[in-house]
Ligand binder design. Structure first.
Ligand code: DNO
Length: 417
């Protein structure tokens, strides 16, 4: 854990995402943020292929040389064949299981993945300017409607929006000239999933077509098949699988959605009831729905939370939201972090060696000197905003721990016990 005196206070493991050697934020800088570990993946390996042990080993060596642990793989992507249940499902499932075995053999035991169809997370503005001049990611359903209706021309897309949203979509689209329209479209299609895939609109249409008749039940059945195949392997080799929730947590593009609410998480756990079948608790994703009670979910699902993404969002009446400061917005972060620390304490009390829950400040505002740099290839992943988030959450954790040894003074203050 490092040499700082605070290192002896049991906090969540402090992580930072690293996109690999091409990431403009080098490992040396990540180390200086105070993170002790990274969430990283072998992005060079195509979806559906096996991650060879040598490649995993080489990544580990790089991290070790930088003084960092590999606390979670984010992600081992699930191939569209598995999600759609078509194409070469058997090969993709086998390859996934082999990757888990190889990771475990190299000592990497936490694996984040998602089961979102076609696109990973979606935003409509990658550079929304906040009152203080920092930039954040934002989702505006009216803009997304404009994308679906005017750019993608998805049949019946209009049905998924309110009249007000449709009017706003129309006005937005009309306000753009051809260059601005192309930039807007590229902003949506180019950056998924956090790395540039350069999808065209036709690619997306073809990908959507594969889900045409699936529905929620079909996607859930395919998730079940995936879990039934890989969870036993994960159990055998000691891997903890951590599924990432839908982002945003409501249907988009007419696609099925299966992990947006607490009830969805219950269903997921019941599908294959094993501790290896766990959750990446992403407060940012879940917080977009007012019916998700984040601290309650952290408590209820604690034992199956294998990794956490801590960030917050600010919701607006028109259905839009933007990414707030890590301790701002609608998430009661102190209560969430308290719940996760309590979960760790429970694990520690049972003598479990792997009691620590790794988290990373998920996304961050683009701020300070980062504003003058070329926009990061992965929106949301410039360094300084994430460092701010990490520092704030570190302070929160230490504050919560310190408060454990204080007794309240009639509600007006605290004194040492
Ligand atoms: C967004 C991330 C997601 C996440 C994947 C996990 O920034 O939280 O892209 O990594 O959904 O598979």
């Amino acid at each position: 854990m490092g040499h700082h005196p605070n290192a002896t206070i049991p906090c969540l493991e402090q992580g930072f995402r690293w996109y690999g050697p091409g990431d403009p934020v080098p490992l040396a800088h990540i180390r200086q943020t105070g993170a002790t570990s990274v969430f990283t993946a072998l992005h060079q390996i195509p979806y559906g292929e096996v991650w060879p042990r040598e490649a995993i080993h080489a990544r580990l060596a790089k991290l070790r040389a930088a003084g960092l642990r590999w606390s979670a793989v984010e992600s081992v992507p699930v191939h569209e064949d598995i999600k759609t249940g078509s194409g070469d499902v058997a090969r993709c499932l086998d390859n996934y299981a082999r990757t888990l075995r190889n990771l475990a053999a190299e000592g990497v035991h936490t694996v984040v993945y998602n089961f979102m169809p076609v696109l990973d997370w979606v935003r409509t503005d990658m550079r929304h300017v906040l009152p203080d001049g920092a930039e954040c990611l934002r989702f505006d359903p009216a803009k997304f409607a404009a994308f679906e209706i005017h750019a993608l021309k998805r049949p019946d897309a209009e049905r998924d929006y309110t009249l007000g949203q449709l009017d706003a979509a129309e006005a937005f689209w009309r306000s753009l000239d051809t260059t601005a329209r192309n930039e807007f479209i590229a902003g949506l299609t180019d950056v998924f999933p956090g790395c540039k895939l350069g999808l065209t609109l036709d690619d997306i249409r073809a990908m959507l077509a594969r889900y045409a008749n699936l529905g929620d039940a079909g996607l859930r059945a395919n998730l079940r098949r995936f879990l039934e195949h890989v969870v036993p392997v994960a159990e055998e080799v000691g891997v903890r699988l951590a599924i990432h929730p839908d982002d945003p947590p409501f249907p988009i593009l007419g696609l099925p959605r299966i992990l947006s609410t607490a009830a969805d998480v219950e269903k997921l756990f019941a599908t294959v009831d094993s501790p290896a079948n766990g959750l990446c608790f992403c407060t940012g994703s879940f917080s977009v729905r007012p019916d998700n009670d984040l601290p309650a979910m952290a408590r209820r699902f604690g034992s199956r939370i294998h990794a956490a993404h801590l960030r917050s969002t600010q919701r607006f009446a028109d259905g839009s939201f933007h990414e707030a400061e890590h301790l701002g917005g609608s998430v009661n972060m102190p209560a969430v972090v308290r719940a996760l620390l309590d979960e760790q304490d429970r694990r520690q009390a049972t003598g479990r060696a792997d009691w620590q829950i790794p988290f990373r400040p998920d996304h961050g505002h683009t701020m300070l000197d980062d504003l003058a740099k070329p926009p990061p290839p992965n929106p949301g992943y410039s360094c300084l905003g994430r460092m701010r988030g990490l520092a704030e959450i570190r302070g929160l954790m230490l504050g919560l721990r310190a408060a454990e040894t204080l007794t309240p003074l009639g509600g007006t203050g605290f004194s040492r016990a």
